[in-house]
Design a protein around this ligand. Structure first.
Ligand code: ZN
Length: 274
């Protein structure tokens, strides 16, 4: 595998969480980053359409909005509320000019995973008319099994691909995040299957640190861990993916660092390890 093109580098706003989105957009553009994925919290209190225009004026492509999902709940009223919030997210994506929403699908501690998966499938199906009207796609992001209790009952790419096959909509695909999927012996085959389904909508990179000190906020920057990043990008590109390589790092350690130096490190690590 060759070095990844800088034109395909995207950074998630949460990666540089201390920066407001306006700062992030101008700093990313100055550093040569070409894409931005926006987390909904970065839009709080803002005119979303105007924020989207401002980000594009910096020369950045808006790759996706993070995140929707969290469909399962024990009570119907809660599941209905979740659908309402997802429709709001779809409206926000449209206003922002983001073509895609990434789904963290949800789970309920103590509720059987099979039941949560059924509720996830029903939830996504219920959103499809709204997606079609808004021209916004959804990407199911499988999460590492350590999050199967409360964050996602979708834990392998095979499960996500199965859902894509069941839903049969050009508006539903998958997001491959190396942090969640690198360990899976079926990963190469399932990435190829996503490609055949024309469902490989997004690719997220970071690294897995040993030891990992926090289940949520101790992701590594690329090169700080054990994920075979270049090999996995090879599989993704062999499956026909030609979108952005999105740097998504939740890290208490990096959020405490000087964010300008960190951004330089992100660009360097991208070139050396992705
Ligand atoms: Zn991700």
């Amino acid at each position: 595998m060759s070095t990844p093109a800088l034109e395909r580098l995207c950074v998630h706003t949460i990666t540089t969480r201390p920066w407001p989105i306006e700062t992030a957009a101008s700093k990313y553009a100055a550093a040569g980053v070409k894409g931005i994925t926006v987390w909904r919290d970065a839009l709080a209190g803002r005119d979303i359409a105007r924020t989207g225009a401002r980000v594009r004026d910096e020369g950045l492509s808006i790759v996706s909005l993070c995140r929707g999902g969290f469909f399962p709940a024990r009570a119907q009223a809660e599941r209905t509320r979740a659908l309402d919030d997802n429709r709001l997210a779809i409206d926000e994506a449209r206003a922002l000019g983001a073509p895609l929403i990434v789904l963290v699908c949800g789970a309920v501690p103590g509720q059987p995973l099979s039941e949560s998966r059924r509720q996830i499938l029903d939830g996504i199906a219920a959103l499809l008319p709204h997606c079609e009207a808004a021209g916004v796609k959804l990407a199911i992001e499988p999460l590492h099994p350590m999050y199967a209790d409360s964050r996602s009952a979708v834990n392998t790419l095979a499960q996500a691909n199965d859902m894509v096959e069941t839903l049969r909509s050009p508006h539903v695909g998958v997001a491959v995040d190396v942090y969640h999927l690198w360990w899976d012996p079926a990963l190469e085959n399932e990435i190829a299957r996503s490609g055949r389904l024309r469902a490989l909508f997004a690719y997220h990179v970071c690294d897995w640190r040993t030891p990992t000190l926090d289940l949520l906020n101790d992701r590594g920057l690329m090169g700080e861990g054990c994920i075979p990043l270049r090999q996995i990008r090879g599989w993704v590109e062999a499956a026909g993916f030609d979108g952005f390589n999105e740097v998504e790092v939740f890290s208490t350690r990096w959020w405490a660092a000087d964010q300008d130096q960190y951004l330089q490190q992100i660009v360097q690590s991208y070139g050396e390890h992705v």
